[in-house]
Ligand binder design. Structure first.
Ligand SMILES: *Cc1c(COP(=O)(O)O)cnc(C)c1O
Length: 405
């Protein structure tokens, strides 16, 4: 047995099991144990600080422990933490549903809450398929998805994803999926496939887990036109791109697209609590009215009051701090500085979502960065730079100084 540096590492190595982690390697390493956050920084139990250049897996928006978000959680916790959304409403969830729909007046007018990005997608898939069943289109049972897409890890969402190392063994257990690589591939699909498809799902503008691959500009608008022509629902997975990362509040706004389903999670609570929302149209909603048309879906924590309260506070901070205004400037500056470095082989960026490729091992690169006080994670040989939108210019300079020249 290795001597552990503190009791939390001992307990972790003895009892915890981490996501997407080779536990054999993990047990041989000395993990960082985080216990505090402030702004763009995380602190470990030994007091060392790290710049959170990965926004705590793409969730954090306004920095850690933003006073307005902390106050919203504290105030709500003292009033009501959770009550069931089954057969009951709650004040915060009502307000948040109204607020989220207000971004899409007269189009996306219904909000269904769940807990995570994966569940936001499950909801959209199930709604699309069930709507077909009970509205005379039961033959539409397929989902069209893009190769190397990532839509989450629950069984249904994973089966739609296209990252082979994540779906091996599960793909067959899930939905009926047709995968295409490009928009042109989609146009070339046989008519039988198009007629049997219920929905097409995409991560708009940029595929996150697929090493931050961007779509050609204008592609999303073309996809929307195609889906309308062919009577196929458009599901947008904005779990990563939502809440300002791209410079717009939602990526779909950049191409003036309104989908049939909009899936939101990660940044919804500013990176504080698990909460997700699936927005949809009145047309879909109406198709669930009447006998035997109930949408039988829900989780114990659906409509959680704490999550909704902090999501509302986060949206207020967007207004108060004019968060979106600086996203493109910061992203473009970072990109420009990174481009000057010879080890950066390729770089892809939308707003403050940046991926750059290196020749060496991404994992080693990030471990070295961690020793220099910068936290991020690679995707294979792509280094992700996705800081909180609130990152300051000084912090950007720190990041650039600690990155190899
Ligand atoms: C993270 C992510 C998901 C899954 O969200 P979870 O909250 O991890 O379940 C789905 N789609 C995209 C694009 C994501 O980035």
């Amino acid at each position: 047995m290795k001597a552990h540096r503190n009791k939390w590492v001992s307990a972790d190595h003895a009892h915890a099991w981490h996501p997407f982690t080779d536990q054999e390697i993990w047990e041989g390493e000395d993990p960082v144990v985080i216990s505090r956050g402030e702004g763009s920084w995380l602190f470990d139990v030994e007091g060392r600080r790290y710049l959170d250049a990965n926004s705590s897996i793409w969730t954090n928006i306004h920095g850690h422990c933003h006073p307005d978000l902390v106050a919203a959680i504290q105030e709500q916790a003292a009033k009501l933490c959770h009550s069931s959304y089954l057969g009951l409403a709650n004040d915060r969830a009502s307000e948040l549903a109204e607020k989220l729909c207000s971004f899409f007046p007269k189009t996306l007018e219904r909000c269904f809450f769940s807990d995570d990005g994966s569940t936001a997608l499950e909801v959209a898939f199930k709604m699309s398929l069930q709507w077909r069943q009970q509205n005379g289109q039961g033959e539409k049972t397929g989902i069209i998805a893009f190769e190397n897409a990532y839509h989450g890890d629950t069984l249904g969402a994973a089966s739609v994803g296209g990252v082979s190392r994540f779906i091996k063994g599960y793909a067959e257990a899930g939905l009926q999926v047709y995968r295409v690589a490009t928009f042109d591939d989609l146009l070339a699909l046989p008519q039988v496939v198009i007629e049997s498809a219920s929905a097409v799902v995409i991560e708009p503008l940029i595929q996150g887990v697929n090493q931050m691959r961007t779509w050609p500009s204008g592609m999303l608008a073309k996809l929307r036109a195609w889906s309308l022509e062919n009577g196929i629902h458009l599901i947008l997975d904005e779990v990563m791109t939502g809440f300002g990362r791209t410079g717009a509040m939602f990526a779909c706004q950049k191409e003036e697209v309104i989908p049939d389903f909009l899936c939101l999670a990660k940044g919804l609570t500013g990176g504080t609590m698990p909460l997700a929302a699936t927005l949809t149209t009145e047309e879909i909603y109406e198709g669930f009215k009447g006998a035997d048309r109930t949408f039988y879906y829900g989780h114990s924590y659906t409509g959680n009051a704490l999550g909704c309260a902090v999501a509302l506070a986060s949206l207020e901070v967007f207004e108060k701090e004019d968060t979106l205004a600086e996203v493109e400037r910061k992203g473009a500056y970072l990109e420009g500085e990174l481009r000057k470095r010879s080890y950066v082989k390729a770089i892809r960026r939308v707003g403050l979502i940046i991926g750059f490729d290196i020749d060496g091992c991404g994992q080693d690169f990030c471990l070295k960065l961690r020793k220099r006080g910068v936290l991020t994670r690679p995707i294979l040989n792509t280094i992700v730079i996705m800081p909180p939108l609130s990152i300051t210019d000084d912090e950007i300079h720190f990041l650039l100084t600690e990155l190899p020249r």
